[in-house]
Design a protein around this ligand. Structure first.
Ligand code: ZLM
Ligand code: CA
Ligand code: ZN
Length: 393
């Protein structure tokens, strides 16, 4: 088994359905479910399946999805076909270039949601301590609105399941975009604390929400006021800065809020060289966040989900690395020889057949000038500590 063993003292489960990866958003759309094929090939190539419970999850039913989503919206999502782009409901539910109608869309949505719900169920029934679904993490979807490549909010559904057993769930989001759909869904409860790290540039970077002082509707009658925390960043943040900021702010939040379950959205568009992202992170820095959260979870359940990530070979590298962190294995830098899509990783510009090429100084798509001063980062830290004073411990 390649020297990969099951972790001692805890169980990791991997939730996946291969049918999810065959869907296409069409033409040049940046979201490529095929990145999940690459991820799986690396995970299997390194033998990580021997360290986890591997589950083939089934599709969510409409009844499952209706625990969060509007039934009229679900009916449309299920029935709409290409050619309906001119319809009134297409407009109403905010479909468009970001969220196109494509063949098999309903199956795609129910499969990625099904895997998150199944993962949450394994945690709730104590069959698993860390559950992974790389096909989920679609954090922008709203109750009755598609948004930012997301149609169904699998994260909200999974958190709802965790809430049946857990008094406090913390949601952490390291995708380069703001986790607005999850934040909004739990705006009025103090049983979910959301914390998103993202590039923020109002009107110039999607979705434009998640400023430092966006902490939920500050209504004295709202128990959820102050339970949405945001870390707005600029372009080009680097490994050490991000890790330091993540450790201090996320660590303080976990200590203070003391959740019994944590959901970590691991969007890989915060890596350097991402087609849409603006940060300069390397794979190990992104992974350091996962490792840090895992280390806080000796007596907590942990749900690990995917999200964005638009340079498929690096998405696959990162999520394979993070799977290895979950099971406590270390992987060699030289990629396995016999993986089906080895060519996608092989040329110098594709990372030279290595698992951990440097991503922060790539000429393509582009290097981002670092706009973060130490003073800016210090102010964010202070602000987060200040906001924790409004949150019950
Ligand atoms: N136009 N095609 C992150 C979601 C980011 C909104 C600007 C659409 C794109 C992008 C789509 C082929 C997550 C916006 C963009 C063009 C209004 C966004 C289709 C290129 C293409 O070539 C493209 C025809 C498309 C979309 C770029 N869209 C880049 N950024 C964002 C949404 C999702 O990672 O957080 C979680 C999975 N949308 O900026 C526009 C304002 C629509
Ligand atoms: Ca984020
Ligand atoms: Zn994103």
């Amino acid at each position: 088994s390649n020297g990969i063993e099951r972790p001692k003292g805890y169980t990791v489960s991997f939730h996946y359905n291969p049918r999810v990866e065959d869907h296409h958003f069409g033409g040049k759309h940046p979201m490529k479910p095929w990145r999940l094929t690459l991820t799986k090939q690396l995970v299997l190539g390194y033998g990580l399946q021997f360290a986890m419970d591997m589950w083939q999850s089934s599709a969510s039913t409409k009844v499952d999805l209706a625990r969060f989503h509007d039934v009229g919206y679900l009916d449309f999502l299920q029935r709409v076909t290409r050619g309906d782009e001119k319809s009134e409901l297409f407009q109403k539910f905010q479909f468009g270039d970001d969220c196109p109608i494509f063949e098999g869309m309903w199956e795609y949505c129910t499969l990625y949601a099904g895997a998150s719900v199944h993962a949450a169920e394994k945690l709730v029934t104590d069959q698993s301590d860390i559950a992974i679904n790389w096909s989920g993490g679609l954090h922008h979807a709203k109750k009755m609105q598609a948004s930012g490549f997301c149609y169904i909010n699998d994260i909200v559904l999974a958190i709802q399941d965790l809430l049946t057993q857990h008094p406090r769930v913390m949601y952490i989001d390291i995708d380069v975009h703001h986790g607005d759909g999850v934040e909004q869904a739990f705006w009025s409860t103090d049983r979910v604390l959301t914390l998103s790290y993202h590039k923020f540039d109002y009107q110039n970077f999607f979705p434009g929400t998640g400023a430092l002082d966006d902490t939920g509707p500050a209504d004295i009658a709202n128990p959820g006021a102050h339970y949405s925390l945001n870390v707005p960043l600029r372009d080009g943040i680097e490994d050490m800065q991000y890790i330091k900021l993540f450790h201090s702010t996320c660590g303080a939040c976990i200590n203070h809020y003391d959740p019994t379950a944590i959901v970590l959205q691991c969007g890989a568009d915060s890596l350097g060289g991402d087609r849409l992202g603006k940060f300069n992170l390397n794979i190990r820095a992104h992974g350091a966040c996962v490792e840090f959260v895992k280390r806080q979870c000796h007596n907590r359940k942990l749900l690990i989900i995917g999200g964005g990530g638009y340079t498929p070979r690096n998405v696959a590298r990162t999520w394979c690395h993070e799977t290895s962190l979950c099971v406590g294995a270390s992987l060699r830098d030289e990629l396995p020889n016999h993986i089906p899509y080895r060519r996608a990783f092989e040329t110098p510009v594709n990372g030279d057949g290595r698992l951990y090429p440097r991503l922060d100084n790539l000429p393509s798509p582009k290097h981002h000038v670092n706009e973060h001063t130490e003073e800016y980062l210090r102010q964010i830290e202070e602000n987060i500590y200040e906001q924790l004073r409004y949150i019950k411990g």
